[in-house]
Write a protein that binds this ligand. Structure first.
Ligand code: NIG
Ligand code: FE
Length: 394
């Protein structure tokens, strides 16, 4: 059994015991064996190990957990982005453009895009990335999207209910039946989660409930795109179905916030349903940002994710999302870093990632900076010096 000691860490974010909400330890070391953290403590008292990685006094934090990304697609929508920046609104209507391109692509083309974006994210410190389908919208195209997604992640999500495809436009009930029946059956072997875009112009609350319940009955966990473009019933549906996460949360009523707060664990460890905020989408659609403070002040557990997709948020960068959350959503740097690591893990109902405590997976990032604060303080700067996943440098 070979061991690795990461030592001389100036500032270690553990998200466990330590100083402040990030469980910070100074002048620390982390011992890794078999891909797991087995010891965390002062560098001066670190046990001997077979190999050593000298962090040189830099900050080390858990790898980012990006719990919301749409990586299986073909083509891009740069022209749609340019039109938006010239004043056009975002409606989600462009999803169908990407569906056309995705259906026309070969498996290898889709695979190459997933790998390229997964690699891009990894270089920016993302050690876990959820990947959704949702640009195939036929039984065969959703199944192959998930098969390809599963080559790059265990956190895969069936989003056959992204929009109603053009060929079903006049008979959405028939499309919902297809999603709940043959499409779910073909997708489920490759999926861990089921998701629905519950929004005006996509799926209404009854359709969303039927699809999520069918997914749940097939053994999948629930997550939902909710309240992105306007107020609606999505967040409360997510709470009703014990969703791991309700994502976007841009337009919330007091009742939505109360419903999320009502899922609080009795031990004070946050809420069972997480609110995942996706500031890259508001940035790229020039929309008002969600009110993170209102959620945090109500005790709701908040995660940050990229929403990486060719339409509303074509970024794979968690550091960028952290910087946006701090500057535009008034999260403190500590809240934003927690949300991008431990928060993402909660949104995936995982306790083995997003933390650097004994027993956790050795997924970590060494920054080119003395403190996690620099992730927001130095926006747009490549601060990820080294990434380790499962105890190895990929
Ligand atoms: O999460 N809101 C729905 N789905 C994506 C956007 C997809 C697209 O525009 O292609 C989102 O923002
Ligand atoms: Fe999304």
């Amino acid at each position: 059994m070979s061991s690795l000691l990461v030592d001389n860490i100036g500032e270690l974010v553990t998200n466990g015991t330590g100083e402040g909400p990030l469980g910070i330890r100074r002048d620390a070391a982390v011992l890794v064996e078999e891909g797991r953290v087995v010891w965390v403590g002062p560098s001066a008292y670190a046990p001997a190990a077979d190999r050593r990685l000298d962090a040189g006094g830099a900050a080390v934090l858990p790898g980012f957990v990006d719990s919301h990304a749409h990586l299986v697609f073909a083509g891009d929508r740069a022209a749609e982005f340019a039109a938006r920046m010239a004043g056009e609104p975002y409606t989600g209507g462009g999803i169908r453009t990407t569906v056309g391109a995705t259906r026309a692509a070969t498996d290898d083309e889709l695979r190459a895009t997933v790998r390229r974006l997964r690699g891009e994210a990894l270089r920016q410190g993302t050690t876990t990335m959820e990947i959704k389908s949702g640009y195939g919208l036929t039984v065969a195209d959703e199944a192959r999207s998930l098969r390809i997604a599963a080559e790059s992640s265990t956190e895969t999500t069936f989003l056959g209910a992204h929009v109603v495809p053009a060929e079903y436009a006049v008979r959405p009930d028939d499309y919902v039946e297809l999603v709940c029946g043959p499409m779910l059956a073909a997708a489920a072997p490759y999926a861990k989660w089921v998701d629905v875009f519950c929004e005006q112009g996509a799926f209404d609350v009854d359709h969303a409930r039927a699809i999520l319940a069918a997914g749940q009955a097939a053994g999948l966990g629930v997550r939902i795109h909710a309240n992105q473009l306007g107020p609606g019933p999505g967040v409360q549906l997510g709470v009703e179905l014990d969703a791991a996460s309700v994502d976007h949360c841009t337009h919330l009523s007091d009742a939505d916030v109360d419903a999320l707060a009502g899922t609080a664990h009795s031990d004070g460890s946050g809420t069972r349903t997480v609110a995942t905020l996706l500031p890259g989408a508001e940035f790229s659609t020039r929309s008002p940002y969600p009110n993170a403070r209102r959620l945090l002040d109500a005790g709701v557990t908040v995660a940050l994710a990229t929403d990486c997709n060719p339409g509303s948020s074509y970024t794979s960068s968690m550091p960028f999302c952290v910087a946006l959350a701090v500057r535009e959503m008034r999260m403190t740097p500590a809240e934003a870093v927690w949300a991008a690591t431990a928060g993402g893990a909660r949104a995936l109902r995982r306790d083995d990632i997003g933390v650097l405590t004994p027993g956790a997976r050795a997924d970590l990032v060494v920054l080119d900076a003395p403190s996690y604060l620099h992730l927001a303080y130095r926006p747009g700067v490549p601060l990820i010096r080294q990434v380790m996943r499962n105890g190895v440098t990929p």
